[in-house]
Design a protein around this ligand. Structure first.
Ligand SMILES: [Zn+2]
Length: 131
């Protein structure tokens, strides 16, 4: 199955198979599970979430989609509109993936703090030399 990108403002109630709906206003994307089971998959977009890349051939979605809560437990990527299937993960791999995700968020949100700290140090240093 090939997916196409469709920009929307609000997510439609009924999703059509083969369409990756993207709402930039609400930073979210949604599609029906690529295996055809009909499950609605929502992927939030953002620096620590998923990102969508638009290509004339079709959209790419990164990182992979793991539908562990669904019966099908599908795992796949979108690459230029093509569905690239990954392996079904074991419970241990799912737990490891979750931990990685949390670490990614943690380190991302820790950054503004350290940037501020360096800026304060820099100000302090420049005052020291200016005086
Ligand atoms: Zn499925």
């Amino acid at each position: 199955m090939k997916f196409v990108l469709q920009r929307v403002h609000y997510m439609p109630k009924e999703l059509q198979p083969g369409i990756l709906y993207v709402s930039e206003e609400f930073l979210t994307a949604a599609h029906l599970c690529a295996c055809g089971c009909g499950a609605k998959i929502r992927t939030p977009l953002g620096p620590t979430e998923w990102s969508v890349e638009e290509d004339p051939q079709g959209p790419s979605l990164w990182p992979s989609v793991g539908n562990w809560q669904q019966g099908c437990r599908s795992h796949y990527w979108f690459r230029n509109g093509e569905v690239v299937w990954g392996e079904a993960w074991s419970s241990e791999q799912i737990a490891a993936g979750r931990a990685q995700e949390q670490e990614r968020r943690r380190s991302y949100y820790a950054k503004p703090y350290s940037v501020g700290r360096w800026r304060r140090l820099w100000k302090w240093l420049s005052r020291l030399f200016a005086g």
